[in-house]
Write a protein that binds this ligand. Structure first.
Ligand SMILES: CC(C)(COP(=O)(O)OP(=O)(O)OC[C@H]1O[C@@H](n2cnc3c(N)ncnc32)[C@H](O)[C@@H]1OP(=O)(O)O)[C@@H](O)C(=O)NCCC(=O)NCCS
Length: 158
């Protein structure tokens, strides 16, 4: 899916004033959304929070953490009304590029076993499943496992 040609996109750092809008997108997209406090914490090192704006509206957000050459994607989210348009792939590629610029060599993330859309997206850019965290996430009917995925930056053509 390619982005709409007539729209203007801006990838920038999240600020505190973005949080109310980010929370709306977050709550519309996740069964167990992050709180405002999670996003406040995401604004300080070792975390970094980013948003993707489309025609001046925040349509996606991502939170990463970085320690030396290891990075983690903690949150990647596209507003529910804008999913399936290529924005998630765009956001992910910008986040990964940003991490690469900062010297990250290895990126990890966790994703719900049932989240086939996200897992397919991550696999399509080169993430590989390297483990499972049992009962990692809360779920409607108890707990759900997380798949741990890893991406090795080194040795890849950019
Ligand atoms: C996961 C998420 C970020 C993907 O963003 P998106 O904008 O919907 O995805 P894109 O349109 O960029 O599509 C990227 C890929 O995802 C997969 N995908 C997207 N929609 C899909 C669908 N309905 N069914 C199956 N696969 C789908 C495809 O592989 C697609 O690549 P392709 O279009 O080149 O075939 C988004 O759906 C989301 O925010 N979900 C809720 C929050 C979440 O689960 N975040 C991930 C936490 S680890």
């Amino acid at each position: 899916m390619s982005l709409k040609q007539h729209e203007m996109y801006l990838f920038r750092r999240m600020t505190e004033s973005d949080i109310p809008h980010v929370l709306l997108n977050e709550r519309g997209a996740y069964s167990h959304p992050w709180s405002a406090q999670h996003f406040k914490d995401a604004l300080s090192p070792p975390n970094e929070a980013w948003v993707l704006e489309c025609d001046g509206r925040v349509v996606g957000h991502a939170v990463i953490s970085r320690i030396l050459d290891e990075g983690q994607i903690l949150n990647l989210c596209v507003a529910s009304g804008r999913q399936g348009e290529g924005l998630g792939r765009e956001l992910l590629s910008r986040v990964m590029y940003q991490m690469g610029l900062n010297g990250v060599q290895c990126i990890f993330l966790e994703v719900r076993v049932s989240n086939s859309v996200a897992r397919t997206l991550y696999e399509s850019v080169g993430f590989e499943a390297v483990g499972v965290r049992k009962d990692y996430y809360p779920a409607a009917d108890g707990r759900e496992d997380a798949v741990v995925m890893q991406y090795q930056v080194s040795g890849r053509a950019s």
